[in-house]
Ligand binder design. Structure first.
Ligand code: ZN
Length: 198
């Protein structure tokens, strides 16, 4: 027995989401069909609202529903320090730790010539404008510990060295509670690089 055209289309669209395989998409599709009309309408409205209302902060590139995001608009934060990340979700993850109270700058990716991602495609120029405007004293580069992330970090650190700012790179290393036995060499070498005095 084949699925109907609309049901198949729903499954296809759900399986476009990250981490959702065909089986999970099928389960979700059954669940959606079992929902009442009001809830399905609310669900589809939430998708459209998110897409239509969310834009990028004019200062840092974070997602916002105003011109300026909550972080850039918050005077209780330390605006002299900025943490540069590849994606806004990285900023959310760092912020959840409550151990950072500066601002962010979202690059929207990393340098990756293979994927056509060059410097011009990234939100970089506005970072340098911010250094002057906001009197930034420290830039923490928190791009991912991948080839693209490291290339981007190196590129940024070279450009930033012309400015009077402290440049730092977040440390990567062995996860808490993990054993070195089960940690890959790349992570161990990064942990050694980021070692600190005790
Ligand atoms: Zn912002």
């Amino acid at each position: 027995m084949n699925y109907t055209k609309s049901f198949e289309n729903l499954i296809d669209n759900l399986s476009k989401l990250p981490g959702v395989g065909k089986r999970s998409a099928e389960r979700m599709a059954y669940q959606i069909l079992d929902m009442d009309n009001f809830n399905v309408q609310e669900f589809s409205k939430a998708l459209l609202d998110a897409k239509n209302n969310i834009k990028r902060c004019k200062i840092c590139g974070n997602i916002t529903e105003s011109n300026i995001c909550e972080v850039c608009d918050d005077n209780s934060r330390d605006h002299s320090i900025v943490c540069v990340v590849q994606h806004y979700k990285d900023a959310y993850n760092i912020d959840k730790t409550n151990s950072y109270h500066g601002t962010y700058h979202i690059l929207n990716g990393a340098i990756n010539p293979m994927n056509g991602m060059g410097v011009d495609e990234l939100n970089i120029n506005s970072l340098f404008e911010r250094i002057h405007k906001e009197h930034i004293k420290e830039v923490i580069i928190a791009t991912n510990p991948t080839t693209e992330g490291e290339t981007t970090a190196l590129y940024l650190s070279r450009l930033l060295s012309k400015y009077d700012v402290i440049i730092s790179r977040i440390a990567y290393g062995v996860p808490l509670g993990a054993s070195l036995d089960y940690t890959d060499e790349f992570t161990i070498s990064k942990a050694l690089e980021g070692r600190r005095k005790i």
